[in-house]
Design a binder for this molecule. Structure first.
Ligand code: C2E
Ligand code: MG
Ligand code: MG
Ligand code: MG
Length: 288
């Protein structure tokens, strides 16, 4: 696709548009090279329960580019998704996650926690998806019950039967599924009863003004109720303030993730960075 755009670039008269197209081609070349040279890093952000105790982490990719520096996923994942590159990148993320889980098995406070992994629509649509995921898990000897795959609502809008079959094949092995950025997509609610889901993640756009904006407050409350009545876990993303946390606790949200508890850090530093969240009683204590 980017190569096509490269050819077309000659047709543009607008220099800004031409520059954008050239940058895109350069980025794709760099990304392809980044895959070959192994330039990706895995970060991890803590997830806590209502007592403030560490119960999981979300793994988040970064790209350590030799010249561009540390590149954030929003700057290269969309491009990876438009090319074939999301497949090797996604495999790398899952493998590194599985290796980490195996390492953590001997750590007293980390052995029980799960890691959430973002998975792009194109990865799941790939005809080898289930085989690839299981091969990586088995290869590393990871416990599939410690893996939560984060999907987006857009996946649940097309070829529903095929996606359900794939999810079920992983679910029987113990892999769980979460809906990321819940409430921001275009799909119907009916998928909630058909897909083998374990968790809804309330999008941070609802959480941001939860204490100020009545609409965001109501939407959040309803997502929590919906999740609970369907027997799903519910996690709030982007929790930054005590006010947001208190609102979420008052409305019985189960799990929390955000800068209030910790920013994403290199996964190798996760254990040493978040020791405070592993104590039996931590600062954000709430009984119940
Ligand atoms: P996401 O899955 O919704 O991840 C949450 C994003 O919110 C992360 O940004 C995280 O650093 C950020 N965040 C966490 N807590 C807070 C907070 O309290 N306040 C604010 N303002 N932001 C917070 P990040 O790491 O830049 O990732 C952006 C997106 O890139 C992710 O959104 C996800 O969609 C995608 N992504 C990241 N890693 C991967 C990956 O390995 N594979 C795929 N396919 N996508 C990925
Ligand atoms: Mg996510
Ligand atoms: Mg999200
Ligand atoms: Mg997102």
């Amino acid at each position: 696709q980017a190569k096509e755009a490269g050819k077309n670039a000659l047709r543009f008269f607008d220099p800004a548009m031409q520059a954008a197209v050239e940058e895109r081609v350069a980025l794709e070349n760099d990304l392809r090279n980044g895959v070959l040279e192994n330039e990706f890093r895995l970060f991890c952000q803590p997830q806590v329960d209502a007592c403030g105790r560490l119960c999981g982490g979300e793994v988040l990719i970064r790209w350590q580019h030799p010249v561009r520096g540390l590149v954030m996923p929003n700057q290269f994942i969309p491009l990876a998704e438009q090319t074939d590159l999301i497949i090797p990148i996604g495999e790398w993320v899952l493998r590194k996650t599985c290796e980490t889980l195996v390492e953590w098995e001997s750590h007293p406070s980390l052995a029980q926690i799960s890691l959430s992994v973002n998975v792009s629509v194109n990865q799941v649509r790939d005809h080898n998806f289930v085989e690839r995921v299981l091969a990586i898990i088995d290869d590393c000897g990871a416990n599939p019950a410690r893996i939560m795959l984060e999907l987006t609502e857009s996946l649940m809008a097309e070829n529903v039967e095929e996606i359900i079959l794939k999810m079920n094949a992983l679910r029987v092995r113990g892999v769980r599924f979460s809906v990321d950025d819940f409430g921001t997509g275009y799909s119907s609610l009916s998928y909630l009863k058909r897909f083998p889901l374990s968790e809804l993640k309330i999008d941070q756009s609802f959480v941001r003004e939860i204490a100020l904006n009545q609409h965001d407050a109501v939407i959040t409350e309803i997502i929590i109720t919906l999740a609970k009545k369907l027997g799903l876990g519910v996690l709030a993303e982007g929790v930054e303030t005590e006010d947001q946390l208190n609102f979420l606790l008052a409305h019985d949200c189960s799990y929390f993730q955000g800068y209030l508890f910790g920013k994403p850090c290199a996964i190798e530093l996760f254990a040493s960075s978040f020791m405070d969240l592993m104590e039996p009683v931590s600062r954000h204590i709430r009984q119940g």
